[in-house]
Design a protein around this ligand. Structure first.
Ligand code: SF4
Ligand code: SF4
Ligand code: SF4
Length: 244
C-alpha cells in the first residue's frame, strides 16, 4: 500500500505550494511512491484519511482552528510547510498591532463581518510532527523530508545558526561589512543562501531554540538601528515569538 499524501493551505500566499510545482522532475519521481489524495493547486481528488499531510499557511480565523483540528484527526503525520505554518511567518506582523485596528485597516466599515484571530503557527493549535522552514519553504529541505517520511526514516532537523553554514561556505561576514544580518539567531538548513550572494539573512527560517534576543538586539543597535527598528527586523518573520 502506498502512503496517502495530502496538501492543505491555510492563511498564506500559497508560494510554498507553488514552489513544489517548480521542481516537478524530482516530485514526479517521489509521487510514484505515494498516492496523492489532496492537492488543490494541481488536482481535485479527495480522501478522508491521510498518512502524511503537509499544511501551508498560518492559523488566523476560528474556522482555521476548527479545520486544522479536523485535519489532525484524520492524518497520521502532520508536517508544517513554510514560515507561515511553522512559526506564524510574515502574517504574524499583524499581532503587533491591536487586532481591531488590523480589521479596520483591511475591511473598513465591514470589519465585524469577518472573524479574525492573531496569526498563529499550526503548532499553537495541534501537534506538529515535522516542519519544513523558510519563506518560501526550501526545496532541498522538502525533498529530503518527503523522501525520509516515505522511506520510514527520521528527517533531519536543524537547531544551529545560519552563521555555521555561512562559515562552512567561507563567506565573508556581512556584519563586518556594516550590513544587518540575522544569521546568528536564525535556524540553518538553507546553506546560508542569502549571505552567499551578498544579501543579509532576514530570518525567514525562524529562530534557533533559546536564541539570545537581547544579544541580537545589541548587535543590531551597534550597527546603527534604533531599538524599535532592531525589534522590527526580528519581528519580520518572527512576530509570533518576539514580543512587542
Ligand atoms: S511561508 Fe512565505 S511563501 Fe510560504 S505561504 Fe507563507 S508567505 Fe507564502
Ligand atoms: S554574514 Fe550573516 S550569516 Fe554569515 S556569518 Fe555573518 S552574521 Fe552569520
Ligand atoms: S539566509 Fe536567512 S533569509 Fe535567507 S533563506 Fe536562509 S534563513 Fe532565510
Amino acid at each position: 500500500m502506498k502512503p496517502k499524501v495530502a496538501f492543505f493551505d491555510f492563511t498564506g500566499c500559497e508560494g510554498c505550494q507553488l514552489n513544489k510545482l517548480n521542481f516537478e522532475n524530482e516530485l514526479l519521481d517521489l509521487l510514484a511512491h505515494v498516492d496523492l489524495v489532496e492537492f488543490r493547486e494541481a488536482m481535485d481528488e479527495t480522501s478522508d484519511e491521510y498518512d502524511i499531510t503537509f499544511v501551508e499557511g498560518s492559523i488566523t480565523t476560528p474556522a482555521c482552528v476548527e479545520r486544522i483540528h479536523d485535519i489532525r484527526r484524520r492524518t497520521k503525520v502532520l508536517v508544517a510547510l513554510g514560515a507561515c505554518a511553522v512559526n506564524g511567518g510574515i502574517n504574524a506582523m499583524k499581532n503587533i498591532q491591536p487586532i481591531d485596528a488590523v480589521r479596520e485597516a483591511v475591511y473598513g466599515k465591514d470589519k465585524y463581518r469577518f472573524a479574525t484571530l492573531p496569526a498563529m503557527p499550526v503548532s499553537a493549535i495541534v501537534a506538529v510532527d515535522h516542519e519544513v522552514r523558510g519563506c518560501p519553504m526550501s526545496q532541498p529541505d522538502f525533498l529530503q523530508l518527503f523522501k525520509a517520511l516515505v522511506m520510514g526514516k527520521k528527517p533531519p532537523t536543524y537547531n544551529y545558526a545560519v552563521c555555521v553554514e555561512c562559515k562552512l561556505s567561507e563567506n565573508e561576514c556581512l556584519l563586518t561589512k556594516g550590513q544587518v544580518c540575522l544569521g546568528p539567531v536564525t535556524r540553518a538548513g538553507c546553506e546560508a543562501i542569502c549571505p552567499g550572494v551578498g544579501q543579509a539573512c532576514i530570518g525567514c527560517r525562524g529562530f534557533i531554540e533559546d536564541m539570545n534576543q537581547e544579544a541580537m538586539l545589541n548587535i543590531l543597535t551597534e550597527k546603527g538601528l534604533s531599538v524599535d527598528e532592531a525589534r522590527k527586523r526580528l519581528q519580520l518573520f518572527n512576530a509570533y515569538e518576539v514580543a512587542v
